[in-house]
Design a protein around this ligand. Sequence first.
Ligand code: 13P
Length: 431
Amino acid sequence: MARFLDRAQSMSAIGSIRLAARGALRSFRDPTQTLPGGARSIVIHSSTDIQLIYVNTFAFFYAFCQTKRNGGHTSCWAHSLRARLRCPSVAAGKGILAADETTPTLTKRFDTLGIQSTEQSRRTYREMLFSCPGAAEFISGVIMYDETIRQKGSDGTPLAEALTARGIVPGIKVDTGAKPLASSPNETVTEGLDGLRDRLREYHGMGARFAKWRAVIHVTDTLPSAAGVSANAHALARYASLCQEQELVPIVEPEVLMDGSHTIERCEEVTGAVLHAVFHALFEQGVALEGILLKPNMVIAGKECTRQASVEEVAAATLACLRRHAPAAVPGIVFLSGGQHARLATAHLNAINRLASSKPWKVSFSYGRALQDPALEAWNGRDENLAVGQQAFYQRASLNGAASVGKCTDEMESASLSGDDPLHRRDWRDD
Ligand code: 13P
């Protein structure tokens, strides 16, 4: 509620009325729905809440008249308004922890350190991150994997519930992975649409309030193909639309991979084309951009490219690309780290936020490896290391929190123990 009010209050008065009106209309048509800012599940904390409910009551009549004029057609704005109720990461200085590695991927990471991967050890590891003292100051949401959202912590509380109690919004990865594209086997298309509505409903019942779907785009001189880009964009948009229907905020993640020897210019070209296709598909599927988060890659040279761009070049190219292709209606852009070293991922985010060009969205992080790797190593599968694991996680979370408002300094980074990049980590991949 507090978040919703922050957002609602930052809108113009007319905008607020229009949004509330259309939300009210949806509630009117479906009596099981909650009025935005009012009615069923809202706790009134302040007189501002009461004013908002009053506005909604007025807005209902406005919406009714508008809809009559539209021939009974409701717009996607109601979805947007509702999706925003639990939109993580838009708060300044905060970002999202991606802890949604599949079991095979997390097992591979455990293997490189000689940690046994069992349901219990994976739970202990995730609980260590989720319960890290002080981390909620910088982490507003956590993306979980199916196994994790069903697990209980050591005190018997479901992990999603424990996160919510700490003020962290639980989220869930809902795609079922990237599979070879039939017409172009060197590319992938992400699957998981079958049965998605029911799974979203179930996850919502378990406390999830946002979701994630990752499309994977491979880069060579000739890839991605037009078919690969459009298949992935279409699936992302179908997923996002279903999420908004089920009142989960969709994180839309089209990842242009860092694998390969392509230049930063090629990455910029491909990232621009992919974002263009994704936003076109989102438009076609009626997705309310006000109720999504975009999770893109940064514009960066391939890992094998002989010329690696400077931090300033990456920041400038990334922001230029996003300003061209990400509409201002999107409330937040939360980058993936994609295999960048932890410190470099922080430096890039910091540099982007320091650029003078205007940014119509909040720009923050939704890192997996760049937040977790130092913590995983510090923990190393041992109970006696849980506190140092949390310390390493806290450091990366706080540095990225500072970078999300352009306030991370070299002194802060060098004072931290976390973020070095040992060789064994270079092959850790995400799924
Ligand atoms: P990385 O930051 O490790 O790329 O992971 C983010 C993520 O969620 C990938 O889907």
